[in-house]
Design a protein around this ligand. Structure first.
Ligand SMILES: [Zn+2]
Length: 96
């Protein structure tokens, strides 16, 4: 019995090193921003944030940060840069 559980714990440790095994579909997160907190959501590959910047640009530092943090667990679509067309992968890379 005990060895069964220990085996699962060991497996969990290995899995935890492989985040790409997990695919996030839906997410709600509270983000502690520099000046205030924000709520970020991911639903059907579309991101949203309740900050003012997002309302205009359809992306923001909060969404971009979470995209980076969770990249291995996101679909190809959810990983794509959000916002206007000129917000490209190249732009994000160039910005560091
Ligand atoms: Zn935001």
């Amino acid at each position: 019995m005990h060895s069964d559980l220990i085996g699962k714990i060991e497996k969990a440790k290995r899995y935890a090193q492989e985040p790409e095994r997990v695919a996030l579909d839906t997410l709600t997160a509270h983000f502690r921003g520099g000046s205030s907190d924000h709520v970020i959501t991911l639903h059907e590959d579309h991101w949203a944030c309740d900050c003012n910047f997002f309302k205009t640009w359809h992306t923001c530092s909060h969404v971009m940060a979470v995209q980076r943090m969770l990249a291995p667990m996101l679909s190809v679509q959810a990983k794509k840069p959000a916002g206007p067309d000129y917000v490209s992968e190249e732009l994000l890379q160039a910005a560091g």
